[in-house]
Design a protein around this ligand. Structure first.
Ligand code: NCD
Length: 307
């Protein structure tokens, strides 16, 4: 039963519940108009204490397309947080006005805290470098559309594996399916946190290798998940400048990739995928954006108990 539940990290959903959400999203894709009133009378709050374009608008568009309404703020400076209000109080208040809350916050664990004070479902739309479960639902729905399922895949994740929360959530989710292998491509300074290798990969028996050069491994991959170097989480501007262009996927590198490989990116992209790759049929990152909206429609329809 998904109604009334929070989504704070991917493991909050069982594999069966994810399946339920994906199959509803696929039904919505086939006939969106059949779902245009399912959240009639429902209100979504988007509380974004950290900037976002895609994720916030994706949630809002999803709720509007379900026939519901939205309210919220797009930056912490336009909320009472600037007056010193605690997150607990903000959530107590907003959950009295709305039926579901999508929140992004720069602090790790903020969504868990919010869930303790909320009388309505909280969806974590990103908490610092920690988790971003609806991006993972987006990534998985895209992988399923192109690859037919989630098993037997060699998944390369490339870029900022240290701070990239979408990578942490993806690693956790894909480790629950059999026979996947991860290739972790990053500079030494931006390697994936040890808790992912120890408590996620090793615990679930997922094979993984660490590699510094994309060129060396691109030919082995079924999925290449590119990420941006997370500027806002660096303490030191010089380190950011030194690392920001570590990987640039271009036509030349794509020549060595399998014809069936797909390229994903949670966006925003900065320099890590050259625009010349956009026309390659293997570039799936703009399609991924659409899947994100549909999967959020399915998720909110379920969590609000509308379907
Ligand atoms: C990602 C995020 O916010 O973590 N973006 C997104 O939600 N689409 C990735 C990023 O900001 O690099």
């Amino acid at each position: 039963m998904l109604a009334g539940r929070h989504l704070l990290e991917p493991a909050d959903l069982t594999v069966e519940e994810m399946e339920e959400i994906f199959s509803l999203a696929e039904k919505i894709i086939v006939d969106p108009s059949a779902f245009s009133e399912v959240c009639h009378g429902k209100i979504l709050a988007t509380l974004f204490f950290e900037p976002s374009t895609r994720t916030r608008l994706s949630f809002e568009s999803a709720m509007l397309r379900l026939g519901g309404k939205t309210l919220g703020f797009a930056e912490a400076s336009s909320s009472s947080a600037t007056k010193g209000e605690s997150l607990a109080d903000t959530i107590r208040v907003v959950s009295s006005y709305t039926d579901i809350i999508a929140m992004r916050n720069p602090k790790e664990g903020a969504a868990v805290l919010a869930s303790k004070y909320s009388s309505v479902p909280i969806i974590n739309a990103g908490d610092g470098g920690h988790h971003h479960p609806t991006q993972t639902l987006t990534d998985l729905l895209t992988i399923r559309a192109y690859k037919g399922g989630f098993s037997g895949l060699t998944i390369g994740v490339c870029g900022d594996l240290k701070f990239g929360r979408t990578v942490h959530s993806l690693a956790k989710a894909m480790s629950r399916y059999p026979d996947n292998k991860f290739v972790l491509i990053s500079p030494k300074e931006l390697q994936i946190p040890e808790y992912i290798t120890e408590q996620v990969f090793k615990k679930s028996g997922v094979e993984f290798v660490e590699e510094e050069r994309l060129e060396n491994v691109i030919g082995d991959l079924d999925v290449l998940y590119m990420t941006r170097v997370q500027k806002e989480r660096f303490f030191n501007e010089q380190d950011y400048i030194r690392l920001k262009d570590s990987y640039i996927l271009d036509k030349q590198k794509m020549k060595n990739a399998k014809p069936s490989m797909i390229v994903l990116h949670p966006l925003p992209r900065v320099n890590e995928i050259s625009p010349e790759v956009d026309d390659d049929p293997r570039a799936a990152y703009f399609k991924q954006v659409k899947y994100g909206m549909f999967v959020r429609m399915a998720l909110m329809a379920k969590l609000t108990g509308s379907i």
